[in-house]
Design a protein. Structure first.
Length: 398
């Protein structure tokens, strides 16, 4: 298949890996953060990590939109469905994210809440048209990639006079998260790792272009290579990063030239700018409050803002003490460092959001067998006993 099969050539991947081993300085370590969860899955699925020398270390970043949502936002969504009796429309990935009190959107649905999985924001608007007597709320999540479709349905709802449709906006921004990782005192207090460069996200960059990353290269001296999601894309990007570090360069390079330009998609960016404003701050799981890192509807579109329509109150909820999802999202720990990974916490019985989402680092490691023998062989009972009664109670509630 054009633009797919030719980027999955195993022989070519081995040749690029050989170049990495030849060019990587054995006297130093290279820490590269793949920001996007799609890259994390590509690295695990295709065995990219197995081809790299031991001193080239890939660090998982907070590029999974479901994973970075804090528990308080999930709780608020459940409240909309259960207390306000809205028809809540959401993507499938959010359905099983653990919330407070042993709940999740799926469990709330089992208790009678009208929660429906949709493929797009347009599906949610269609439901509002078909059921004019019900309040329909679209649970909008995602980075810059999924933001333009949300903006579009808001404008369509206004143009069509649909007054029973609103959006619970949880769209977040990639550059703000990268800046927070590099300079935030909160992240430094929580712990982070040395990062020598970034594998830039693919889909996000098709919208915003490569230009926003130039700040990180210039201000922080961190090279960025934007890469596609196929294995050859990723391994070529790693080679390009190794070369930049060796040569003392810090530039933005675009490996994904078949889809990404410097300017990005001007029409999509204009659409987003018309409908959304920046929030002063937004809570991210693992990163805390990140300034100017998320979007909200502008005042002129407030009629379609579920937070204003239903007076949604902001509430911060601590993560499960046994879950290392926050540290994994900061790049401090790997999924296999979590005591409950692969035993108590699995995709069927998730403790944290990193195991739920199709882009989560824990889900990637579990799905493609990237876990140690020790973790794999320990029983769920042994792990639950070690981490305490909190996990045992949560598993019993599932």
């Amino acid at each position: 298949m054009k633009y797919i099969d030719e980027f999955r050539d195993g022989e070519l991947a081995r040749k690029i890996a050989t170049r990495i081993r030849e060019e990587a300085d054995p006297a130093r370590q290279y820490h590269f953060m793949e920001f996007c969860g799609g890259h994390t899955h590509a690295i695990s699925r295709y065995g990219v990590k197995d081809l790299l020398p031991a001193n080239v270390i890939m660090v998982h970043g907070p590029g999974c939109p479901v994973c970075v949502l804090p528990i308080g936002r999930i709780d608020a969504t459940i409240d909309l469905a259960m207390r306000h009796k809205v028809v809540l429309c959401t993507y499938a990935d959010t359905m099983r994210v653990p919330a407070s009190g042993g709940l999740s959107l799926m469990k709330a649905k089992a208790r009678g809440a009208d929660i429906r999985m949709v493929y797009s924001a347009a599906d949610a608007l269609r439901i509002a048209v078909e059921e004019p007597g019900r309040e329909v709320v679209f649970f909008a999540i995602g980075f810059e990639t999924t933001t333009p479709p949300t903006a579009l349905v808001v404008r369509q709802a206004a143009a069509s006079g649909i007054d029973n449709f609103s959006v619970f906006c949880n769209h977040v921004l990639t550059p703000s998260a990268i800046a927070h990782i590099l300079e935030s005192p909160e992240v430094r207090d929580l712990g982070t790792v040395v990062i020598d460069g970034f594998v830039g996200p693919a889909h996000v960059s098709t919208i915003i272009g490569s230009q926003p990353y130039e700040y990180f290269a210039e201000e922080y001296g961190k090279p960025v290579v934007i890469a596609g999601f196929e294995p050859l894309d990723v391994i070529q990007a790693i080679l390009m990063l190794v070369r930049q570090v060796n040569e003392g360069r810090a530039e933005v390079e675009n490996e994904f030239t078949r889809a990404v330009t410097r300017e990005g998609n001007e029409k999509a960016k204009a659409l987003v700018a018309d409908v959304f404003d920046l929030r002063r701050a937004f809570e991210w799981r693992g990163l805390g409050k990140v300034p100017y890192s998320a979007l909200k509807l502008k005042d002129e579109w407030r009629a379609f803002d579920a937070e204003r329509r239903f007076d949604v109150q902001e509430r911060s909820v601590a993560d499960n003490k046994a879950c290392e999802c926050g540290a994994i999202l900061r790049g401090v720990k790997r999924p296999t460092d979590c005591k409950v990974f692969g035993t108590v916490c699995t995709p069927e019985t998730p403790i944290g959001s990193c195991m739920v989402s199709s882009e989560g680092a824990c889900a990637a490691h579990y799905t493609y067998g990237r876990y140690s023998d020790r973790t794999h062989e320990e029983s769920a009972g042994e792990v639950a006993a070690e981490v305490g009664a909190e996990v045992t109670a949560e598993v019993a509630a599932k």
